[in-house]
Write a protein that binds this ligand. Structure first.
Ligand code: ZN
Length: 288
């Protein structure tokens, strides 16, 4: 099925969005043996795993927004073309998967430009959306939003309303952030309160540990409160044979916890929910 052939009026409006951060299994920030100088020597799985995700989305008739790492677009322009030809939206996930709060503004802008150039060279005409690696636009790097506006980015999806990578003070719904260069539309990932804490149910270990039934019920209640839910997955999360390295406990949990069976759980959520790309969700457009 070609998701573009949905009629002259384009894809129908959806209540919730699914996003994909397109990167390799070894794109984990802050791990010495996985530093970017070594990436070309590590086994690549991204084409196989991204194709598997494309299959699942196609099977469910769901469009998604793919935030593609520039480093991936440079090496696999054909994969970017496959994503685009399948009818999905494409944004930038940066180039070298660096945490924004560890960069200065000049290095960040250079990284964003490099990723945008790689995506353009792979045939993507307009890049309007950005997601930072590891939700790394937070109180330590709010300056980055102004840089993004100056680079022509109108939507950012990098600020997580949870403690570890962001702040529980951040709004849980889409909102506009003002910068000296103009406004930018901020789209947070889905979090819910569990046991007195904001839990990242919309991505990573939080998504993988949640049964499809509970995920769908949670999304229903978020929608009933007038908000869209934004979910995020990575190609490496559905790798049938994921390569592993030794990681510190927090990263081990974030990357390896309950990968088994995730492809089936994701497929069940996609089949029963009402998902589209960020641009298919009116609540994510209204205030832009
Ligand atoms: Zn990433």
């Amino acid at each position: 099925m070609n998701l573009r052939s949905t009629g002259a009026s384009g894809p129908r409006p959806r209540s919730n969005a699914i996003t994909v951060d397109v990167e390799e299994w070894f794109h984990i920030c802050g791990v010495g043996p996985l530093s970017h100088e070594r990436w070309d020597s590590l086994p690549s799985r991204v084409v196989l795993t991204t194709r598997a995700l494309l299959e699942e989305l196609d099977r469910a008739g769901v469009r998604a927004t793919f935030f593609v790492l520039g480093w991936i677009a440079e090496r696999y322009p054909g994969l970017v073309e496959e994503i685009r030809a399948s009818g999905h939206d494409i944004g930038s996930h940066g180039h070298l998967h660096a945490r924004v709060h560890e960069l200065d503004a000049e290095t960040f802008v250079a990284d964003v430009r490099r990723s945008v150039a790689a995506l353009r060279a792979a045939g993507v005409e307009r890049i309007e959306g950005f997601r930072a690696p590891e939700w790394s636009i937070n109180d330590r790097s709010l300056w980055a939003l102004e840089c993004l506006v100056r680079e022509g980015i109108t939507l950012d999806a990098s600020m997580a309303p949870v403690r570890i990578v962001g702040s529980t003070r951040y709004p849980r719904g889409p909102h506009v952030r003002d910068t000296p260069a103009g406004p930018i539309f901020e789209v947070p990932p889905l979090v819910v309160d569990r046991f007195g804490h904001a839990m990242p149910i919309g991505w990573g270990w939080g998504f993988r540990m949640t049964s499809p039934r509970r995920m769908l019920r949670t999304i229903e209640s978020v929608n009933a409160a007038g908000q869209p839910a934004v979910l995020t997955v990575h190609p490496w999360e559905i790798d049938p044979e994921p390569p592993r390295v030794s990681l510190p406990p927090r990263l081990r949990f974030a990357h390896y916890f309950r990968l088994g069976g995730f492809r089936d759980r994701l497929a069940a959520v996609l089949a029963a929910g009402d998902f589209g790309a960020l641009s298919d969700v009116p609540a994510l457009q209204a205030s832009r």
